[in-house]
Design a protein around this ligand. Sequence first.
Ligand SMILES: *Cc1c(COP(=O)(O)O)cnc(C)c1O
Length: 407
Amino acid sequence: MNYDGLFARAIDDLKVEGNYRVFAELERRRGAFPRAKRLVGSKLADVTVWCSNDYLGMGQHPDVLAAMHAALDRAGAGAGGTRNISGNTVFHAELEHELADLHGKEAALLFTSGYVANWAALGTLAGKLPGCVVLSDAKNHASMIEGIRHSRVEKRIWAHNDLDDLERQLAIIPRDRPKIVAFESVYSMDGDISPIAEICELAEHFGALTYLDEVHAVGLYGPRGGGVAEARGLAHRIDVIEGTLGKAYGIMGGYIAASAAAVDFVRSFASGFIFTTALPPAIAAGALAAVRHLKSSDVERRQQQTRVEELRRRLDVVGLPHMQNDSHIVPVLVGHPVKCRYVADLLLDEFGIYIQPINHPTVPKGTERLRITPSPVHSEDDLDHLVAALSELWSRCSLERRSIAAE
Ligand SMILES: *Cc1c(COP(=O)(O)O)cnc(C)c1O
């Protein structure tokens, strides 16, 4: 059997579809973000990053770096074990306490990433509740889908943000079966926001647990950065809030915040929590500093929102098609995988603008896009340069100009 031949054939198929992923190799420079260096051959080229999930530039915030340096000097490099076997430090406990407070919950639990948090928490909650059914929004993130699959419980997919469909599906499940409604607040590829209050109402009516992924919202929405649920005064109605420390908080790690009983349940049964080394203390310390900073400072959030509005306005002026939504994510539609990659390549090579093209299977075929995430660290000049470059490439590639309505 020629295994490498089989691997290569699968990769060739991806290349033909225009869906082969090429990573840009970057050197991030502290204090210079969104500027970075990109390795091209053996040379370094300047780029401006427009697709980072370090939404607020917290990855270079002085408080965060100081906390990480101090923790590294005090505690050393790694945690030295799982949480259960010698890896549990004061840094982890303090961060969990802070995260529970952020969401107004009794407890929180850390994981090594948001992906692992979803996979482990959802998989465990569903798998260990006898006879559980999971009702999963059609656009849920891969980490939730994998967690549900891993639990091997019955899964019902409801049409994206469709309350009628959710209600229909809830209504036919026997009342005495445990149910989990799993969904997100900000959907990362379209940037649309779910009707959280209405979903809570349905879940309460049918006795279902609510599990909300706020990965693209924590740090960014709500007076203390507690996410869209906080912004809308709904956090108390969500049973489990899941978040990441790797996006707006600028570092890495994931967590859930929930009742003490739910957190203890996941802590006690989740393989993906129990059998893996705890986050390094310095990571926990940095995340704590980032969470604390964004709890009391609104400056970054407001600046980001201003930048987002400004980008949308300028795109409208030149007629570039971007999806309308109420979030900080600006998807500019290309609608063709090869052209999408081509435009992204030209942006990078000719204009020093880095926007990773988003193709199938991340988004449906025909909706290939450039997903732009403006941040407080992008300047007016950066915006001018970006929109001028896009406009020129739109002409050169004969792409359509229009303004598409909200979906
Ligand atoms: C990025 C992402 C995750 C995973 O979080 P990481 O901390 O990057 O592992 C989970 N859910 C959604 C919706 C995401 O976009």
